[in-house]
Design a protein around this ligand. Structure first.
Ligand code: F6P
Length: 320
């Protein structure tokens, strides 16, 4: 069985991706592979935009958010002609196998390359939404929850001092991963999530009942994919007549210094991805099983993940 010689690395963006690039590059070199970075994701793969990566060129990035490789969306990669150009880039650079680091979109692209064109690919899950099927923890998710929690703690200072209601919008397009965790860890009164129906009148009634008993400070978390903080705040104010402010945390949640957890996950996933390539075990996505690095088929990873939110939600309400 002939060994791969050169591995390409392509990324999306969130905290911990630089630590993952470092882990892949340095693991690859210990196994005798060369590494090359694809600049700007699938757009760069189509446009043959690459950069040589060596163990030295990934020095000093473990603690930096974002991606040194930059990233971009590519509508052309969804079409067959774009995919053919991507294959040309792999050929022109003698890339034998790809490591794709990112969320749903990136891993779906990886699956296309692997299933349609037999490109040897291994995926590493990295998304603040933590919504990769069959993967309990994606790189970047822990950092985003901690960034949002840090901001929330600051908002709570004012909420408590002025006895105000705050509606805080967190990221999460189709998934309440950040919202649910931040609401529980931040001691919030309510979480409005994509996975649950909500009744604004019921929430307003609870606030009114609470205020009659002297509880006026409320913090309500809203996942951006479910509702807009400004709309929820307006409705609550209209029904309760209590001062209600909205805050949108936005993209601060995708950046920042990766937590220790994300850096360790990056090291473990990065090494495991390279190990898979040494065995030519491709079309896989790395994950944890019983807290040990493991892997599942990419075809499974790109399916919709069912998020269980009820246990945490019950605790949020019980501890209010
Ligand atoms: O998929 C990760 C994510 O950060 C979502 O939580 C968010 O809804 C979306 O990306 C935002 O995308 P963009 O940065 O393109 O606005």
């Amino acid at each position: 069985m002939e060994k791969y010689k050169k591995i390409g690395i392509l990324t999306r963006d969130c905290a911990g991706i630089n630590a993952t690039i470092r882990a892949v590059v340095r693991s690859a070199y210990t196994f005798g592979f060369e590494t090359i970075g694809i600049v700007r994701g699938y757009k760069g793969l189509i446009e043959n935009d690459t950069v040589k990566l060596t163990p030295r060129s990934v020095s000093g990035i473990i603690n930096h958010g974002g991606t040194i490789l930059k990233t971009a969306r590519s509508s052309r990669f969804r079409m067959a002609d774009g995919q053919k150009e991507a294959l040309n880039t792999l050929k022109a650079n003698n890339i034998d196998a790809l490591v794709v680091i990112g969320g749903n979109g990136s891993l779906s692209g990886a699956y296309t390359l692997s299933s349609k064109y037999a490109v040897p690919v291994v995926g590493i899950p990295a998304t603040i939404d933590n919504d990769i099927n069959g993967v309990s923890m994606s790189i970047g998710a822990d950092t985003s929850v901690n960034v949002a929690l840090d901001a929330l703690d600051k908002i709570r200072d004012t909420a408590t001092s002025l006895e105000r209601i705050f509606v805080v919008e967190v990221m999460g397009r189709d998934c309440g991963y950040i919202g649910l965790r931040v609401a529980l860890a931040g001691g919030c009164e309510e979480a409005i999530l994509p996975e649950r129906k909500f009744d604004i009148k019921k929430i307003a009634r609870e606030i009114k009942d609470g205020s009659a008993k002297g509880k006026i400070t409320w913090i309500i978390i809203v996942s951006e994919g479910k509702a807009k903080a400004v709309d929820i705040a307006k409705k609550i104010n209209k029904i309760t007549n209590l001062e209600t402010r909205e805050v949108v945390l936005g993209h601060i949640q995708r950046g920042g210094r990766p937590t220790a957890y994300d850096r360790m996950l990056a090291a473990r996933y990065g090494f495991h991805a390279v190990e898979l390539l040494t065995k030519r075990r491709t079309g896989r996505c790395v994950t944890l099983r019983d807290n040990k690095p493991s892997d599942i088929p990419l075809s499974r990873a790109i399916k919709k993940k069912d998020m269980e939110v009820n246990d945490y939600y019950k605790l949020i309400k019980l501890l209010t």
